[in-house]
Ligand binder design. Structure first.
Ligand code: ZN
Length: 247
């Protein structure tokens, strides 16, 4: 079976600089994400970080990725603009899916792919109830109608994103704020999922439902042609369209 090539990209600065964050994520946020994705036999998961050579994503690696998961916060501005353009192009061409977690709402790739600034409001860490708004969606598979996240940073509307193509989850916070917490976007021939939990000071990424949602999102975001072979002799109409799209 061909496996999904999944790369978890993390800015990986908070964990190195602050003891109490390193205590929560000793192997980094990306290490924790890899650990729960690794149980899936259909995925080959590896890690990348901002301070790696080529910011973790040299061309020969990027070209093989089926789904790129992105976590960034304090160093969005350091991400190379040429790399961002390559990520956007790869998603638009339908060659790679993109999963943006938490503060990646302000990351360069997220903004480039969805097309808005991704601004939102935020506040103190508190309880959040995650509501499943679209139980028929494959990213909601195995998720109850709602579940509690004990502590997460308040993220609130208005969230400056384009109208999502599917709004799968909504967050309600203790202070009364609401948030479009799990949103799907189709861009060009590719897909992007934004998911709000994942603040570095909290443990939401340990929540089994949060883990299941991220796992589901990887499978949803994968290129639609993943695993399919064009039958011999068939006119390659689809690829012709893709080629023209690249012009
Ligand atoms: Zn945060």
């Amino acid at each position: 079976m061909k496996k999904l090539n999944v790369v978890v990209w993390n800015e990986y600065r908070h964990e190195k600089k602050r003891e109490h964050i390193r205590a929560i994520y000793p192997d980094g946020l990306h290490g924790l994400i890899k650990s729960f994705l690794d149980v899936n036999e259909d995925m080959e998961v590896s890690l990348a970080a901002l301070d790696d050579p080529d910011q973790g994503l040299p061309d020969e690696r990027l070209e093989k990725i089926d789904v790129l998961i992105w976590w960034g916060h304090m160093a969005h501005g350091e991400v190379n603009d040429e790399l961002v353009a390559k990520i956007q192009k790869r998603v638009y061409e339908g060659k790679m899916g993109f999963v943006a977690l938490h503060s990646a709402h302000h990351s360069k790739p997220f903004r480039a792919i969805v097309g808005t600034n991704g601004n939102l409001s935020w506040g103190r860490n508190q309880k959040e109830i995650m509501w499943t708004l679209m139980p028929s969606h494959e990213i909601a598979a195995g998720i109850p109608d709602h579940f509690l996240i004990d502590e997460e940073e308040l993220y609130s509307e208005p969230f400056y994103i384009p109208q999502p193509d599917a709004l799968v989850f909504g967050g309600w916070f203790e202070d009364g704020h609401i948030m479009r917490a799990g949103a799907c976007f189709h861009r060009g021939a590719g897909r992007l999922f934004y998911f709000q939990p994942g603040h570095e000071e909290c443990r939401a990424l340990y929540n089994p439902y949060v883990q299941r949602i991220i796992t589901n999102a990887v499978r949803w975001a994968k290129p639609v042609e993943f695993g399919y072979e064009i039958p011999e002799g068939a006119p390659k109409v689809h690829h012709k369209i893709i080629d023209e799209f690249q012009q």
